[in-house]
Unconditional design. Structure first.
Length: 207
């Protein structure tokens, strides 16, 4: 039996890749980043490997683009045309974790957003959100954008210090399940990340 989870976020640099790595490792899944934009500081696939996902569980990107910006612009700067057909979900056995880029409305092409791709894929999405100021607005907007396109939302995964009221408010107004929260880790290693996921999430929520 195969299953797929989409990991998207409310913004960039909020811990989406860290969460995706933790989820992939916990489920013994495969990981796929369809489009990597920006290579000077390494790739998200390489970071996921550093967070404890075996390299043979990481699928190659469909596109690797040089500039760290929105994929649509990075492709233009590289002289690359992103073909939606290459972004179909790969055939796989078991579980696949797919990580988007930035937020749900980041353009893949000028006429195609990540949320549009998610709708085509039909897999449930996990929305990763930071817990800091502004997260209520960003989270609710993301939920509305996904649901407007018919993307099923599995739940919210928070990253950062505990902000109980913000987390409860998002889940109540957004009518969405709170899956858990990854705390800030003093040392981010495969071992500490695995323990944090195990202590703060229920693997059964992803079955």
């Amino acid at each position: 039996m195969s299953r797929t989870f989409i990991v998207t976020g409310t913004d960039t640099d909020i811990g989406k890749t860290v969460f995706a790595a933790a989820l992939t490792a916990a489920l013994d899944a495969r990981y796929w980043k369809p489009v990597q934009a920006g290579l000077d500081d390494g790739s998200d696939s390489a970071r996921v490997a550093g967070y404890g996902v075996a390299e043979d569980r990481i699928l190659p990107e469909a596109y690797r683009l040089t500039t760290p910006c929105s994929p649509h612009r990075a492709a233009e700067l590289d002289g690359v045309t992103i073909e939606p057909e290459r972004l179909a979900l790969p055939d796989h056995d078991g579980t696949l974790v797919v990580e988007g880029a930035g937020g749900a409305l980041v353009p893949v092409r000028r006429e195609l957003l990540y949320a549009d791709l998610f709708a085509r894929w039909g897999a449930p999405a996990v929305v990763v959100a930071r817990t800091g100021l502004g997260t209520i607005n960003h989270s609710l907007l993301t939920l509305e954008a996904l649901r407007a396109r018919g993307v099923p939302v599995l739940g919210m995964a928070f990253v950062g210090p505990a902000e109980e009221d913000s987390e409860q408010t998002i889940c109540a107004i957004g009518n969405v399940r709170r899956l858990g929260r990854l705390p800030v880790l003093g040392q981010l290693t495969p071992e500490t990340l695995a323990a944090a996921f195990r202590d703060n999430f229920n693997e059964g929520d992803f079955s």
